[in-house]
Design a protein around this ligand. Structure first.
Ligand code: SF4
Length: 236
């Protein structure tokens, strides 16, 4: 309980994405990420990660004090931090259902109830000339790190309740998703979610292809309920 983690923010809101969309949840966002997605909606936990060190005991006490019984451990990338396992284990011991949100590039043994994995497609890479990355250092690192099939497979093998959530920008992304899923074992169509890229509620015409793909393949459409309810702002 004395181990510390860099925390960008904690807040209570409705889970906006995935199988537990709409469930009131206590969120803890770890500051720091091993990727740099061009469209990252939490740059304060990745591109410019800032956080205060807080102990596991302090965080669990805050979670216990609230009325909600679901916790979401997110980032940034929570799986790059060793003490995250102590945090999720202590949250479960306190009676909370725990979701971990990860890009799936790192495997470690962590207790959790729902492993929410969002593998990053080519559309996530920072563009050449991105002012946040003038030398292209992060563009190269991101490409090198964004998909690790072994780590993804271990996460799937260890966590029977999981989801694979893909941020999609256009129909061309499907070939990359199919290629990745073809290299992974043990997933079911109901584990796969497609989430249109963007930080505003999408125009239905723009996402009709996503709906059609989900209907044809038995995958799930992933809305961003929090954007619709609260807009794109911190603490929601
Ligand atoms: S993995 Fe997540 S937190 Fe990290 S840069 Fe990409 S979207 Fe942002």
């Amino acid at each position: 309980m004395n181990e510390a983690l860099p925390i960008s923010e904690t807040f209570t809101s409705l889970q906006g994405e995935g199988k537990l969309s709409g469930v009131p949840s206590w969120f803890v966002r770890l500051a720091g990420c091993n990727l740099r997605c061009t469209w990252c909606d939490t740059p304060y936990a990745s591109w410019e990660a800032r956080g205060d060190q807080r102990t596991v005991g302090d965080l669990v006490a805050e979670a216990r004090a609230g009325a909600v019984r679901h916790a979401v451990v997110t980032g940034g990338e929570p799986m790059i931090f060793g003490p995250v396992a102590g945090l999720t284990g202590a949250l479960r011991d306190a009676g909370l259902h725990v979701t971990i949100e990860t890009a799936g590039t790192v495997f470690r043994e962590v207790p959790c109830d729902l492993m929410s994995i969002s593998p990053k497609l080519a559309n996530s890479a920072p563009g050449a000339g991105d002012p946040r990355d003038p030398l292209g250092v992060w563009r190269a690192r991101h490409e090198e790190r964004r998909l690790d099939t072994d780590a993804l497979q271990q996460l799937l093998d260890r966590h029977p309740d999981r989801q694979l959530k893909f941020v999609v920008a256009g129909p061309a992304d499907l070939a990359e998703i199919d290629s990745l899923l073809g290299r992974l074992r043990g997933w079911a169509p109901g584990d796969v979610l497609l989430m249109p890229e963007g930080v505003v509620t999408p125009d239905p015409a723009r996402v009709a292809w996503v709906v059609e793909t989900c209907l044809a393949r038995g995958w799930r459409y992933c809305h961003r309920l929090h954007i619709e309810l609260f807009g794109n702002r911190r603490g929601t």
